[in-house]
Design a binder for this molecule. Sequence first.
Ligand code: ACO
Length: 429
Amino acid sequence: MNKKATISIDGKNYDFPVLEGTVGPDTIDITKLYALTNNFTIDPGFTSTASCESSITYIDGDKGECYYRGYPMDELAEKSTFLEVVHLLWNGSLPTKDEWFEYSEAIKNHTMVHEQMKSFFNGFRRGSHPMAILTSVVAAMSAFYPDSTDVNDLDQRKIAARRMIAKVPTLAAMAYKYSIGQPFIYPDNSLDYSENFLQMTFGVPAEKYKINKVLSRALDKIFILHADHEQNASTSTVRLAASSGVNPFASISSGFTSLWGPLHGGANEAALNMLREIGDVKNIPKFIEKAKDKNDPFKLMGFGHRVYKNYDPRAKVMQKTCHEVLSEIGKKDDKILQVALELEKIALKDDYFIEKKLYPNIDFYSGITLNAMGFPSTMFTPLFAVARTAGWIAHWKEMYLDPKNRIGRPRQLYIGEKPRKFLELKDRS
Ligand code: ACO
């Protein structure tokens, strides 16, 4: 039997269909609400609102589980590679051997960027934040690759997506190199995706860069963990921007912009800064009290999540990866890691955090891990963006294939002045 929901307004009942997903909560379809009742709904922050149908990622926030195209994300992080996951998100299936050969070769073919893009970088002040550079250069790809900007052409959509997957790491490494005054390092296609990113970031022309397999595997896992997370702020931004029909590079650059904020992709930088500020386990109780104080804006960065009301599954893998990286570089007893472990232990036993279901999120351990790998904190969000590009392009594609897709145009509850008369300046007192 088809489920329905009834809304009663001024004694009149209106029925709306209730849609069932494969898993997860049912969804009341209120598309016709305004036409039938002349009412809107309001939901700031979209706590109860699904903005689209999607088959890409499913999160069970109560259980603390996340699935990419039906596969547990933590299993993919352990057993798969980032590029395979990109293929999975885009196509809906893990690549067969033949598909893998074609896909990985195609991505390699696109790793270099237009040589003239180098001069574009020169317009930025040295020391610019890499995200400031990246938000602009990703949008600028539409000027450098105009042959893949037609969103109505399936082939161009595919090429644009492949270009972004291949070139965003190159651009992110270039943004870093530019910000520290070192020469750009070209991609090396004999390396895999994450190895190549490490050599473009840390290599210098004067000597051969030596790949550390533990670190490159850790980075690959980190990319997988960040690859997609359904309709988060940056993904929804990409979808909304793209709904106007703008070219793919402009759409994806809007995701970069949204991701940069400290409540989203910038939280790992903020979490590491917080752990450094705490500095010693003996200072933890003071910071816990600050986080609980309603009159203090301080929050435990890397804690809490809109969807997860249980331990973020990404944080579990990240904590393990953090131990692997620190042990590889001989910093098992790192003081900041000790602060993080103790802070987590204390917070998870504290009534405030238990009642509000606040658990460590992915950002809690990612800052320590990336820092130990040699990345400065300004590169944390660019790394997140490299990974999330996979999710953004998959959602972008899905949106175009959805026959229900229309330009996004939310409404509002207007609380301003009622229409009033204009007075000439001379008549205003
Ligand atoms: N420390 C202390 N208190 C917190 C924290 C925290 N980290 N997070 C939430 N709370 C409290 C809030 O003050 C609020 O309390 P109240 O009900 O008494 O007003 C309650 O818990 C609910 O929190 P909201 O902020 O309303 O939850 P929301 O879903 O809007 O926000 C968010 C989620 C932004 C992640 C929030 O938990 C937060 O700011 N965390 C710190 C930043 C962070 O780690 N962001 C990374 C998110 S993961 C990602 O983007 C990859």
